[in-house]
Design a protein. Structure first.
Length: 473
């Protein structure tokens, strides 16, 4: 249902006639071109709200996936009950072009912070490909007709799956890291037939989206961020090329490419993540059987909702080995790093890590490389900028008007960086090593999805609304 007023709609058409959207506008996957989070267009607004600089706004069903844009089409996914929906809107007007759905193969009980439509779709001039963990992959043409499907799963990931597919060199590539049986798969974009599938032994749960990396003039690699390692696979064949241990935390977001260097970040710790098992037994083991049941954890604000993650074999009880494994999961190296693989194969030497920075590392938001500055934002509105060549700290500070949690990744264009907090406050920075806050915009509704940038428009998905913000040009 359209919720744009007639006056705003008339104003929009005047703007559109004066500055029509480029047919080649591209933000085709999670975080746009190769996961970079960067757009080359200009004219982006600094100030916007539900009543200011609104080009259009449309009510949409719930989903945490981000919007993607190809030309004049915007695609997003959502869910209602057992319906897994893919929606196409006109990016210029917000008019719904079509809405299609598939049914869940097997409803799962994902963690409360996740939902069935968390992965962002990938699109090109031929349509869109969506990944739903409770179904698999589904490809639609621009007309909304199903081109092919590939059923995947079920997956073993207590917190649910959220990695997004990409389209590269005629393949749809998807990373499926889970508690057991992790893999990366490439599917023919046109037919949906499997091109290759590579198991990832020893890899645990993760939620990362791959990127492509030009390794040589004759070979392109897929770079996959895992919780403890960074891997490169030949895009054409899936053959493993190189890997390097990088950290101890979970894998989220996307790596970044800077020439011959891959930049990324992982969260970890120097301390155990949980108290000792003996102290946990003293506090929670009410029946004194030396194990911890879900009933004994019920209502605990610290561990109760994470019981299924600690209970690795899903037998309904936590024993000492499971507790210790969970407690030690994040102990080890971590931080923002720069990896220079060169022409090596197999495990890279430690010297391939050019630098490591271990302060103010975000958990969910990926870093942003924009105008030769690396930006990170974390809960509390803490913004850190680094020199991407050396890892040298340039500035750390806060967005004073947006101090909450952050799930969306930063994006940049037109000399500006956009940071979206979970409570719907979007900070706009003047892009520079010594960045400055230009303004904070309050949308008065939660934002978990990363905004899309295209042709001077900022596309923001809140819990119930798809917004397009822009200025007359």
């Amino acid at each position: 249902m359209r919720i744009t007023s007639s006056a705003a709609l008339s104003a929009f058409f005047l703007i559109a006639l004066a500055a029509p959207m480029r047919a080649g506008a591209q933000w085709t996957q999670f975080r746009g071109p190769n996961g970079s989070g960067v757009d080359a267009s200009t004219g982006y607004p600094v100030e916007f709200s539900p009543t200011k600089n609104v080009v259009w706004k449309v009510a949409v069903p719930h989903g945490q996936s981000s919007p993607v844009i190809v030309g004049t089409r915007l695609y997003l996914t959502a869910s209602e009950g057992d319906r897994l929906m893919t929606i196409s809107l006109d990016a210029r007007t917000g008019k719904e072009l079509w809405r299609r759905d598939v049914k869940m193969d097997r409803p799962s009980s994902a963690f409360k912070a996740n939902d069935p439509a968390s992965p962002t779709p990938a699109a090109d001039e031929n349509g869109v490909v969506a990944f739903f963990p409770d179904f698999g992959l589904v490809a639609y043409g621009t007309d909304g007709q199903v081109r092919w499907t590939m059923h995947l799963g079920p997956f073993r990931n207590f917190y649910g799956m959220a990695g997004s597919p990409i389209i590269a060199d005629g393949s749809v590539v998807l990373v499926c890291d889970q508690q057991a049986g992790a893999f990366v798969i490439a599917v023919d974009r046109t037919t949906g037939r499997q091109r290759w599938k590579v198991e990832r032994p020893g890899v645990r749960i993760g939620w990362s989206t791959p990127i492509v990396f030009r390794a040589t003039q004759s070979r392109t690699d897929v770079i996959v961020l895992g919780g403890t390692r960074l891997d490169a696979y030949d895009l054409a064949t899936g053959t493993p090329q190189w890997w390097i241990p990088i950290g101890s935390g979970d894998a989220l977001g996307t790596p970044l490419v800077m020439g011959d260097t891959v930049l990324t970040s992982t969260l970890g710790s120097n301390e155990p993540g949980l108290p000792t098992f003996a102290s946990a037994l003293t506090q929670y083991d009410k029946d004194k059987d030396g194990r911890l049941s879900q009933a004994e954890f019920r209502g605990d604000k610290d561990f109760g909702e994470h019981f299924g993650w600690i209970d690795a074999n899903s037998d309904g009880a936590i024993v000492g080995a499971e507790w210790d494994r969970a407690s030690s999961t994040y102990i080890g190296e971590y931080g923002a790093i720069a990896v220079r693989p060169g022409q090596a194969h197999g495990q890279l030497p430690a010297t391939a890590i050019g630098w490591r920075f271990k302060k103010n590392i975000p958990y969910i938001p990926a870093p942003l490389l924009y105008l030769n500055v690396l930006y990170m934002v974390k809960t509390g509105g803490i913004v850190t900028s680094l020199d991407p060549s050396t890892g040298r700290l340039l500035k750390e500070g806060r967005s004073p008007g947006a101090l909450g949690e952050y799930y969306a990744s930063p994006v940049g264009a037109d000399g500006k960086v956009f940071l979206s907090s979970a409570e719907g406050k979007i900070t706009v920075l003047q892009a520079a090593g010594d960045w400055q806050v230009l303004g904070v915009n309050d949308l008065h509704e939660d934002v978990h999805a990363t905004p899309a940038l295209s042709d001077g428009r900022v596309y923001v998905r809140t819990q119930s609304t798809m917004f397009c913000f822009g200025t007359s040009r």
